[in-house]
Design a protein around this ligand. Sequence first.
Ligand code: SF4
Ligand code: SF4
Length: 116
Amino acid sequence: MATWGCVKQCGACCHLDPADRPDLDEYLTPDELQLYLSMVGEGGWCVNFDHAARECRIYADRPRFCRVQSDVFEDLYGVEPEELNDFAIECCREQIEGVYGDRSLEMIRFNSEVGF
Ligand code: SF4
Ligand code: SF4
């Protein structure tokens, strides 16, 4: 069975372009939506994403909606804890495909690391 894990130096989910996520207001609170939009920088990338290191500059303090945790996913998306693994894998694959492409190195690395 594939087991979700975040692969290092990916960052696909830090591409926040709201055009790619038209239903943000359906799952974020108004305050979270405001925070989210304030984080969108050049090219749709999060202003906290370090492109050289390919990692989050505020990782320990990142917002709730950046965290792959069962309580967060249940609250935001109505995903039951036992569904989190498959849901998170699907989310990452969609995001990686959209940002880097279906045959990208990032996708290959993700598939390999989660055992997809
Ligand atoms: S898309 Fe998935 S693997 Fe890539 S940085 Fe985000 S959580 Fe990690
Ligand atoms: S705050 Fe960090 S984890 Fe969240 S989108 Fe920005 S760079 Fe990514």
